[in-house]
Design a protein around this ligand. Structure first.
Ligand code: ADP
Length: 455
């Protein structure tokens, strides 16, 4: 494909543009010049007639005869002719008409009064003839004709233009090609770097340079993409390790319990304990796998959410009630500050329950015994503002951005069970409700998770 590259298309467009613009400019000038030249010839013809009328008035027939001869000799007998015609159009006095026979053979229309200008192109004459015929007061007619050689001027103009036009096209085309190629060189550079990235080299960013703002923006965007991809890959590696670890632990535990029960001469109660452990661990596993799937579904927009009017206050109260026993077990006080009034929001009931459960689960999990958790719900700036605050260890500054990433777990929480998916799910659910989630923590005195959902 001849015009498959942007550089070639730009070259073609520029060249066409040059061509059209110069053609337009030429036509404009051409029409002007042709018009002006016509005007000049006609003005000259009228002036000649006025002169001849004066000569006739002053010098009579002899004067006119002499003027015809002098004028035609001076200009060239083949370039001008003069005639005095009687009222019926028959010649009375003429200049030398030897070169004008073919022009005058065809009868010209004669004006009844005033004057008229005609243009004739007789065979054998190089140029057309412009003829003025004026009716004089006594009814006779004065006629003057000139070879209209303005075509010669116009032709030389046309030739000059054609040369300039071709030159413009060729030079313009070459110039346009060089400019387009230079502009595209940056794109090619970025493409080559992107190809490197595509081939798996994620460590070498595209260097910045002076390739123009758009190209630099493209390069910067590629670098960000590259960083993001390598971040995701690293995250994924970490996640796979975490998931493998998290999945292996319960399976190992189940196997251990089963093995011990089998090798021992176990009684019915031991088998029962084993079954309980297996059920608990299986539930944990299934829960974790479900969370991974749910998160993927929400992020891909595949999860069906039933958006309806729900009472958020009721959802909060129920969730707190559900976590009350777990909090009590760990000697944590769990307080809820929700007004008595219903708090209607548009949302998916199950997802909102999941969101709260994850925040409460974390709060109970990370807050040490004797701690406090407070859940509040109020309205602020057209949003439902839900906060879950605890006085646990808080979240160090370097973790605050990342805890919402999938599978990210704080270093301090390695010893605590979890899979790093809870907050990612909270964020996805908040976003599907057009809301946000943020954390407020000084990294020492507990943390406060704030979820905003537009009302
Ligand atoms: P998980 O709880 O399974 O580790 P999450 O996505 O729920 O995963 O949380 C991510 C990380 O955020 C946790 O590993 C922990 O470091 C930090 N975090 C979450 N909630 C709290 C909290 N209430 N107090 C302190 N740290 C928290």
């Amino acid at each position: 494909m001849l015009f498959s590259t942007v550089a070639r298309r730009l070259t073609l467009s520029y060249t066409l543009l040059f061509g059209v613009l110069s053609l337009g400019a030429f036509l404009l000038v051409y029409v002007h010049i042709a018009h002006d030249l016509n005007q000049q010839t006609d003005d000259r013809l009228r002036a000649t007639i006025r002169e001849l009328v004066k000569t006739r008035a002053e010098g009579g027939r002899a004067g006119l005869e002499e003027e015809f001869s002098v004028e035609s000799t001076a200009t060239g007998k083949e370039r001008v002719f003069f005639r005095l015609l009687d009222p019926a159009g028959r010649p009375v006095i003429t200049s030398d008409l030897a070169s004008w026979k073919s022009v005058l053979r065809s009868p010209l229309p004669l004006p009844k009064s005033g004057w008229r200008i005609d243009r004739l192109h007789a065979p054998g004459h190089e140029y057309p003839t412009r003829i003025i015929t004026a009716r004089l007061q006594d009814g006779s007619l004065l006629q003057a004709g000139v070879a209209d050689d303005k075509d010669e001027v116009l032709e030389s103009y046309r030739e000059t233009f054609a040369t300039v036009f071709l030159l413009t096209l060729v030079l313009g085309g070459i110039g346009a090609f060089l400019i387009a190629r230079r502009a595209m060189a940056g794109v090619q550079e970025v493409t080559a770097a992107a190809a490197r990235i595509a081939a798996g080299d994620l460590d070498q960013p595209i260097s910045s340079g002076n390739r123009g703002a758009e190209i630099e923006a493209l390069a910067a965007m590629f670098n960000r993409m590259q960083q993001r991809i390598s971040g995701l890959i690293n995250e994924l590696k970490g996640v796979i390790n975490n998931v493998a670890h998290d999945l292996r632990m319960p399976i190992t535990r189940m196997r251990g319990v089963a093995e011990t029960t089998l090798t021992r001469d176990a009684d019915r109660a031991s088998y029962r304990d084993m079954a309980v452990t297996v059920i608990e661990e299986s539930d944990r596993l299934v829960g974790q796998i479900n969370t991974i799937l749910e998160l993927a579904e929400i992020d891909a927009g595949l999860k069906v959410m039933t958006m309806e009017r729900v009472d958020l206050a009721r959802i909060v109260n129920m969730a707190v009630e559900l976590y009350q026993p777990a909090a009590e077990d760990r000697d944590i006080s769990l307080t809820v500050r929700v007004g008595r009034q219903p708090f209607p929001v548009t949302g998916d009931r199950n997802s909102l329950q999941r969101l709260l459960a994850n925040l409460l689960d974390n709060a109970v999990k990370f807050t040490p015994a004797g701690g406090e958790i407070t859940v509040t719900l109020r309205q602020e700036n057209g949003c439902a503002l839900l906060s879950v605050a605890d006085n646990g260890p808080g979240i160090p500054p370097q973790d605050r951005e990342r805890i919402f990433d999938r599978f990210y777990r704080g270093d301090a929480s390695r010893s605590i069970s979890g899979n790093g998916l809870g907050l990612a799910l909270v964020r996805s659910i908040a976003q599907r409700h057009h809301g946000t989630v943020a954390v407020d923590s000084d990294g020492i005195n507990g943390s406060c998770f704030l979820v905003r959902i537009p009302l």
